[in-house]
Structure formats: structure tokens, C-alpha cells
Design a protein around this ligand. Structure first.
Ligand code: RAM
Length: 333
């Protein structure tokens, strides 16, 4: 080999080395930081993200504590950032607690977004399953329907964590909707931390504290089936206390079928995970910068479409869907 050819090859090798590596499809790795690994809801979001990974290349996995813990989510975000994972999608159980770790991850080069619940100070955009307002009002309307044409009485909420931004927005909209009915009064909000035992205990205590309770709204998974089980255990199930809320059909449908949950709904969590993957990848690939108005196209695949970041920094992937005796078998999550 001539000396000059050797120089050219060497220079080429150096340039190749020095160039910032464009993210090849197979280099893309999304870490989904979830509220807890024991929550079946996040199996469904991951299943959707995995479909997207199969369609486009790359990898995705869930990372989370076994019990919801903001501190654990901070440690996980830090460790994903240290490992230079290309993108991180966080479903925070406490937004204020995770924002500094999300900002640090972005400084280290990761693209950071939120999904399921927002932490607006630390992300490029939020992939939301449906508008927060629609989720809260839908739950209220189902409960009101169950309470009959002239709804009256005391109503309470069994939520997830007191810090959960998504549940808190839903509850706000729920209360606003309920306030349209002068016969109804929201008397309490208690917390089950997306934990079956805690949600069960909180519900039993709630029914003791408010013996005349007419209805409960439980927008938490797996809180909702635990609330149903608790109502049945104190003989307030099967419609005695009306119940609406959201969770996955796989662990909840039986309480809709036996009449304890009158208003049972969710959205498509798999589509949420799927679009989150595509959106994070579009950000890494430079197809979007993350600002309101940016959009990207999924041209083929399971959920094709044009997805746009709204003025509020959100990509909305769906709307509330009620599960009934007639349709619950159509859902695999
Ligand atoms: C719980 C989580 C999650 C929520 C679902 C419905 O699993 O709190 O954030 O979206 O409920």
C-alpha cells in the first residue's frame, strides 16, 4: 500500500471515529421508567412499545420499583442516564421529585419525555393517553349514570399517590363534572398508592368513616379491582355503593360482570406505549425538536397516523373507552 493511500485510509478512520455517531435504528434504546413493575397497566404500555421496536428497530424495556417510590424512580433515571441510554420516557409518581434527574439525563445526552403522567419541567413533551379533562369527566359521567336520573348523596375518590399528577388532574375534572349535580357532594379523597392491599384497606376505612356513601370513583390500577373487592367484603358491593374507575380488563372485568363496578373504562395503554416509542425515536432522529406544533408520521405499522405536539406540549394518543359485557373480551391487556 502506498504511503499516501495509507494516509487517506488513516484520515478516513479518524474522521469516522470523530464524527458524532448518528443513531442507527439498532442503536436506539428507550428506557420506560414506570411507577411500579408489579402494575399490569405497564405490561400493556410496554407491549405496545415493543411492537414499535419490532417495526423500526431498537430496543425498549420497563424500569421501575416494585412499589411506587419517587426516590427509586430518581435512582433509575440517573442510572439510565449514566449508561447513556438514548431516550428515557418517564411516568412519574411524583413529578417534582424526578424533574432534576430528568434534567440531568438530558444534559448527559438522553432525550427525555413523559408518558402516562407528566412532569413538565424535565421533558421535551408529554405523551398522554387522552386529555386529562376527558378522563376525569368520563369517570364522573359513568358514576352519575349509575346513580340514576336524579343523582343524590355522598361521593368519594380512591386515588393512587397523593402526588400523582395524572390522577390529580382527572380528579379535578371529575369534581367539576360532579359539581353540576346539586344533589351530589364529594366528601373525601383517599389513597391506595396503586397497591391492592393499600387500596383495599383505604376503601374499608372509607366506608366506615362515611356510612352513607353513595358512590366511589377509583381512577387507579390495580386500585380499582381492590376497591371492588373491598366493597364486596363489607357487603357494599354489587351496586350498593356505585363504583366507577379505570384499570386493565384482565384483572378488573370480573367485578364489572358481577355488578360491583358499574362504570368501567380506560383507553388503549398499548397504543400509548407504541406512540411514545415512535415519538421518542423521532426526537432522537431529529425529525422533531419537541416544540409545540412539531409532528411526525407513522406511515405503516399497527397505528399509522400523523402525531402532533399540541400547544400544551402534549401528544394525545386516544380517548376513554368503556368496557362492557359485550366488548371486554376484545381487549387483550
Ligand atoms: C395506575 C397508574 C397509572 C394510571 C393507571 C390507570 O396504573 O397510576 O398512572 O394511568 O393507573
Amino acid at each position: 500500500m502506498s504511503k499516501s493511500l495509507r494516509h487517506i485510509l488513516l484520515a478516513g478512520a479518524l474522521i469516522a471515529f470523530a464524527l458524532p455517531t448518528a443513531v442507527l435504528a439498532d442503536d436506539f434504546k428507550l428506557g420506560m421508567v414506570i411507577k411500579s413493575t408489579t402494575n399490569p397497566y405497564y405490561n400493556a404500555t410496554l407491549a405496545g412499545a415493543k411492537i414499535a421496536a419490532q417495526e423500526t428497530g431498537g430496543e425498549v424495556d420497563n424500569y421501575g420499583p416494585t412499589e411506587s417510590s419517587a426516590k427509586a424512580q430518581v435512582d433509575i433515571i440517573n442510572s439510565l442516564a449514566d449508561r447513556r441510554v438514548t431516550a428515557i420516557a418517564v411516568a412519574p409518581s411524583d413529578p417534582d421529585a424526578v424533574v432534576p434527574a430528568m434534567q440531568r439525563a438530558a444534559k448527559l445526552g438522553a432525550k427525555v419525555v413523559t408518558f402516562d403522567a407528566d412532569a413538565s419541567g424535565g421533558r421535551s413533551f408529554f405523551v398522554n393517553q387522552a386529555t386529562s379533562d376527558s378522563i376525569g369527566r368520563f369517570g364522573a359521567q359513568l358514576l352519575i349514570r349509575e346513580l340514576g336520573p336524579d343523582p343524590k348523596g355522598e361521593v368519594a375518590v380512591v386515588s393512587a399517590q397523593p402526588t400523582a399528577a395524572n390522577q390529580n388532574l382527572w380528579i379535578e375534572a371529575f369534581k367539576d363534572e360532579v359539581a353540576k349535580y346539586p344533589g351530589l357532594k364529594v366528601v373525601d379523597t383517599v389513597y391506595g398508592y396503586d397497591n391492592e392491599q393499600k387500596a383495599f384497606d383505604a376503601t374499608v376505612a372509607l366506608t366506615t368513616k362515611h356510612p352513607n356513601l353513595a358512590g366511589i370513583f377509583a381512577p387507579t390500577c390495580p386500585g380499582l379491582p381492590a376497591v371492588a373487592r373491598a366493597l364486596e367484603s363489607v357487603d357494599k358491593g354489587h351496586g350498593k355503593i356505585k363504583l366507577s374507575g379505570n384499570c386493565v380488563p384482565s384483572i378488573t372485568s370480573k367485578y364489572m360482570l358481577d355488578g360491583t363496578i358499574g362504570g368501567f373504562y380506560l383507553w388503549d395503554p398499548s397504543k400509548l406505549g407504541y406512540v411514545t416509542y415512535y415519538a421518542a425515536k423521532a426526537l432522537v432522529d431529529g425529525k422533531i425538536t419537541g416544540k409545540p406544533g412539531d409532528s411526525f408520521v407513522i406511515d405503516k405499522g399497527k397505528w399509522p397516523g400523523t402525531y402532533t405536539i399540541g400547544q400544551d406540549g402534549q401528544i394525545i394518543t386516544g380517548k376513554p373507552v368503556e368496557f362492557t359485557k359485550d366488548n371486554y373480551k376484545d381487549f387483550t391487556f
